[in-house]
Design a protein around this ligand. Structure first.
Ligand code: CU
Length: 106
């Protein structure tokens, strides 16, 4: 008997679209399940450099994932694994720390 196993495709991932425009993100909160594969489609509409970087706290205690900086208009896809421990973490643009939000792992 063949037992179907779930294939670890992108379909099982958490696909999030986030945009930077006029030096602001269009999301203030990104929520994903613990340990899930996170796929961030980051769209930078500004002709300025931005990224999305994920940290455990706003003091940048520990880096969860640091997305590459791109100058827009351009889109980039980041892929990483969400923390195993649920909680409220932090994301920001490293170039412009005033662009930030909550990274919530459930
Ligand atoms: Cu920025």
């Amino acid at each position: 008997m063949v037992v179907p196993t779930p294939s670890p495709t992108e379909d099982n991932g958490q696909r999030i679209r986030i945009k930077a425009e006029n030096f602001a993100f269009d999301l203030s909160r990104i929520t994903v399940p613990a340990s899930s594969q996170v796929i961030i489609e980051f769209e930078n509409e500004d002709s300025a450099p931005h990224n999305v970087a994920f940290y455990t706290t706003s003091s940048l205690t520990e880096t969860i994932y640091k997305g590459g900086i791109i100058t827009g208009p351009r889109t980039i896809t980041y892929t990483f694994t969400a923390p195993a421990v649920p909680g409220t973490y932090y994301f920001r643009c490293d170039v412009h720390p005033s662009m930030n939000g909550q990274f919530i792992v459930t």
